[in-house]
Design a protein around this ligand. Structure first.
Ligand SMILES: Nc1ncnc2c1ncn2[C@@H]1O[C@H](COP(=O)(O)OP(=O)(O)OP(=O)(O)O)[C@@H](O)[C@H]1O
Ligand SMILES: [Mg+2]
Length: 400
């Protein structure tokens, strides 16, 4: 059977979600971020920080940087940094190929790391420690990184540290507890979404990288893509992959606005600008609904349970699931306060995590992990009846 790649004459999926450096697109913000990392290497600074919302390309940018790093640089790359200082030191040492037993004290870990760095300096090497998703670093561990970065010979620093993280990282760094660390950070760049022109260019670049630069996308389609994604690279990829499939199903070699609309619907994406058009009217309307619903809820719930906040009106199908369990299949999955990609992240789940399904609304499910409840995108979990089984479908995607 023909698949959409074959149909469009593509060698591979142009919009796959893995941060593959072969598909790296040099937008102006990504170029700036790369330049800041190169500057770090040629300077005596201790830290460089890259901040960006989810899906703006932090991970692919660091991979690009590492793919072209000079031979005299050695690095450790840490991805799941929700670690105590001891665990972080251990992870760094492990990445450099040094194994220590679990029972080693923090001092011993620190001195082993210091000796390693001194050795590398003698060999004429530079050492980098890169921490991705650094917004998850506990404050205490961040503070310990500052102490680590103080290690120097009489002339030079022994290691340089790159932190990549979502905007919460910058908030953390600006907190008064981390004042001393913040003062040492002079290289800080931000990644942002693409503007319309770069978005168009990005889409064509990825299509041609994947083997076909002749797929036509109408201007209305581009406009719709921008409305739904605001130029966010991960969202563009998600949307474009579905749009290609939608055109394939219709046996069409061109992408039109309708394909974008149906792709967006299947992803439950909202048009950002729609809400901005009539903000006052929408506000008033929402207020009336709120009062009305609130009154109703008050009457309805007054002698039962207190009314729930964040009630979802769309597509609720409460009867669907009771006492079901799921397994996270994406490599990381954000658990959110409410069923929207714009809502606050309250927990990060990892592949293999077992969760209880509390409520199913179609695209989103409310889940319970330990005692914490929140919402996750359904496509990134595998739901089982009764007990949860380990899945045999690993999925390297990260949820947006
Ligand atoms: N400059 C770029 N060139 C090509 N693809 C990109 C670029 N930036 C982002 N992407 C694509 O967008 C998606 C998200 O990128 P990436 O995983 O690097 O984002 P991130 O900022 O690390 O997100 P998160 O905060 O969730 O970890 C990936 O599919 C990646 O391939
Ligand atoms: Mg990332």
């Amino acid at each position: 059977m023909m698949d959409f790649l074959e149909f469009f004459n593509l060698k591979e999926n142009p919009f796959k979600l893995t941060p593959d450096v072969d598909f790296f697109y040099m937008s102006s913000v990504h170029q700036e971020a790369l330049a800041s990392l190169e500057y770090l290497l040629n300077s005596e600074e201790g830290f460089a920080v890259i901040i960006g919302e989810p899906g703006t390309g932090k991970t692919i940018t660091i991979r690009k940087f590492l793919s072209q790093i000079p031979d005299n640089v050695e690095y450790a790359y840490i991805l799941f940094p929700n670690l105590s200082p001891e665990e972080l030191f251990m992870a760094i040492l492990e990445d450099f190929g040094i194994q220590l037993s679990d029972k080693v004290s923090k001092n011993k870990l620190f001195s082993t790391l210091r000796d390693f760095l001194i050795q590398k300096r003698k060999e004429g090497k530079k050492v980098l420690v890169i921490i991705d998703e650094a917004q998850n670093l506990p404050v205490e561990t961040l503070e310990e990184l500052r102490i680590l970065s103080n290690l120097e010979t009489d002339k030079e620093k022994l290691l340089q540290i790159i932190l990549l993280g979502q905007p919460e990282l910058e908030e953390k760094l600006n907190s008064s507890e981390l004042r001393q660390l913040r003062q040492r950070i002079s290289i800080l760049t931000s990644l942002s979404n693409l503007d319309y022109r770069e978005m168009v260019d990005y889409i064509n670049y990825r299509l041609s990288k994947a083997g076909n630069s002749t797929i036509r996308i109408s201007e209305k389609a581009y406009k719709a893509i921008y409305k739904y994604t605001q130029g966010n690279l991960r969202l563009i990829n998600l949307l474009m992959e579905r749009a290609l499939m939608s055109a394939f199903v219709e046996n069409k070699h061109q992408i039109d606005k309708e394909n974008i609309e149906s792709a967006a619907e299947s992803l439950a994406l909202r048009k950002e600008t729609e809400n901005k058009k009539y903000p006052v009217l929408i506000g008033v309307f929402a207020f009336i609904v709120f009062i009305f619903a609130g009154g109703f809820a008050y009457i309805y719930f007054s002698d039962k349970n207190p009314p729930k906040r964040n009630t979802v009106i769309k597509k609720i199908n409460k009867s669907a699931i009771q006492h079901k369990f799921g397994i996270v299949i994406a490599s990381t999955l954000n658990m959110r306060e409410s069923p929207s990609i714009n809502s606050k992240i309250i927990n990060k789940l990892r592949r293999g995590d077992k969760i209880e399904i509390v409520e199913d609304t179609g695209d989103w499910v409310k889940v319970k992990k330990d005692t914490l409840q929140g919402w996750v995108k359904k496509e990134y979990i595998k739901i089982e009846n009764g007990t949860a089984k380990k899945t045999n479908q690993p999925d390297n995607r990260k949820e947006f």
